[in-house]
Design a protein around this ligand. Structure first.
Ligand SMILES: Cc1ncc(COP(=O)(O)O)c(C=O)c1O
Length: 451
């Protein structure tokens, strides 16, 4: 299945958007606006598109990348679908644990893991920790000694590959904050090789294999193939020249999804076939046994399933310049336009049969001109109270949400056949105030004077 937005909704006879057959007006009446709606069938179909491929050697595991979207209820869905979970912080790990996600299916990575996060990972026994830097090798070695355990680790390798995607989501290039760099020649001395030597020298750390993630929202098979071949050359070098008893290769995530009709994402099956073929061919050519292959998709699992509903609060038309429609959300619930100039499709969700004959720019409610959700999208004439649907918002929106301007986060619901359930309730002002503290000396109303 190709991840995309076109299959993301239905339309009633009177031109109203239905999500998993639920009328968007009823969803808003019940849960309020703005509202993030995740469609269960799409999430499950995407998970199943990945798990159908598991077991076709050498693909052995798929870890859902929690960073794309995570709540406890969503963890349960991923768990039910049989995938593993990739967490990159103590918060994501705590979320998984409180949703009874089995630690033996959890992998942890991140470029700045703290001691408490690593301690928690060791204490609960996550299955793998991806080591990102030299400091972490020493830190984890000490913590493992204190905890008297032998964690299985992977080394994150930065192969020097720059896929065609937004610069902020490129991660495999030489100039990257992530991982250990590999030189042009995978058997020449490099940071990645030095990391492997140090891990191999540790009495505590068990080197299981290599990890690599070249970036996100990638449409092209070529960089994935090149990364797999590059990693395999290094994998063979570690086995053959350093005697490393390694057995696995994790190729990270990165599969792009269709945001615009012109986008042409690879299917899940085609993407995994690219990785599989590259790994198998390289293994044969390098005379090593093929490693167990794993993948870490985030966006392609949850992105197409999400639609955010907003209510237009006001409009502003500047003749000959631009038409603005301001909604009750924005960069606080979806920072993707502000961060990456991302272009999500926008529809007038209760007026789908009307001609989209006017260009509108959809602005958010924050005190920031960059707080836009879309620029110049064709919609019918808009007015206050209209409902707008922003498509393909399941990934990297709610998980990147903020409380700028003390705007509260929207509710998130899971819409399935015949049911709609909360995954996260709407934040209240009390939720924000709960974290605040007034120092005692400021409580009285007196201002301290300098003596
Ligand atoms: C290490 C790692 N793995 C997996 C992912 C998931 O990537 P995507 O959501 O593009 O599939 C990311 C996201 O950037 C990542 O940093």
């Amino acid at each position: 299945m190709a991840p995309g937005h076109s299959d993301g909704y239905q339309v009633s006879a009177d031109g109203v958007m239905l999500l998993a057959r639920h009328d968007v007006r009823e969803l808003l009446a019940r849960f309020g606006s703005p509202l993030v709606v995740l469609q269960e069938e799409i999430v499950r179909a995407q998970c199943q598109a990945y798990s159908r491929e598991i077991g076709k050697a050498p693909l052995a595991r798929v870890y859902y990348a929690a960073k794309a979207f995570l709540t406890t209820g969503f963890c349960r869905l991923i768990e039910q679908e049989g995938l593993g979970l990739d967490v990159s912080s103590g918060g994501e790990l705590a979320t998984a644990l409180s949703a009874w996600f089995p630690p033996e299916r959890i992998l942890m990575h991140g470029n700045a893991k703290t001691v408490p996060e690593l301690e928690l990972a060791l204490a609960v026994g996550v299955s793998r920790i991806v080591i990102d830097n030299f400091a972490e090798i020493d830190r984890l070695d000490q913590l493992a000694a204190q905890a008297d355990c032998h964690p299985r680790v992977l080394i994150r390798v930065t192969p020097g590959i720059k896929p065609a995607t937004h610069a902020y989501v490129q991660t495999g290039q030489v100039d990257s904050k992530f991982g250990f760099n590999l030189g042009q020649d995978p058997s020449a001395p490099s940071a990645a090789e030095e990391a492997a030597r140090r891990v191999l020298a540790s009495a505590r750390l068990r080197l299981g294999g290599l990890h690599c993630h070249i970036g996100s929202q990638i449409f092209d098979a070529q960089p994935f193939e090149t990364a797999a071949r590059t990693l395999m050359a290094f994998y063979a070098h570690l086995q053959q020249d350093l005697g490393a008893n390694i057995t696995e290769l994790n190729m990270g995530g990165g599969l792009g999804i269709g945001y615009q009709p012109s986008d042409q994402p690879l299917t899940v099956a085609a993407h995994l076939e690219t990785l599989r073929t590259a790994v198998l061919q390289a293994a044969t050519a390098l005379s090593v046994e093929a490693p167990e292959l794993s993948d870490e998709p985030g966006r392609s699992i949850v992105g197409p399933a999400g639609i955010t509903l907003y209510t237009v609060q006001s409009t502003k038309q500047i003749p000959g310049v631009r038409n603005y429609a301001a909604v009750d959300g924005g960069m606080t619930d979806n920072p993707r336009h502000a961060l990456y100039q991302a272009r999500h499709p926008v529809l007038a969700a209760t007026r789908l049969h009307e001609a989209a004959d006017t260009l509108w720019s959809i602005s958010g409610r924050c005190c920031e001109s960059g707080d836009m959700l879309a620029k110049d999208v064709a919609l019918p004439g808009l007015q206050s109270g209209d409902v707008l649907a922003v498509l393909a918002t399941g990934a990297y929106t709610y998980s990147m949400a903020s409380n700028y301007n003390r705007v509260q986060r929207p509710a998130v619901v899971l819409a399935g056949p015949g049911r709609v359930d909360l995954l996260a309730r709407r934040q209240t002002p009390e939720d924000l105030l709960r974290l605040d503290h007034i120092p005692a000396w400021l409580r009285t109303g007196d201002t301290p004077h300098e003596s």
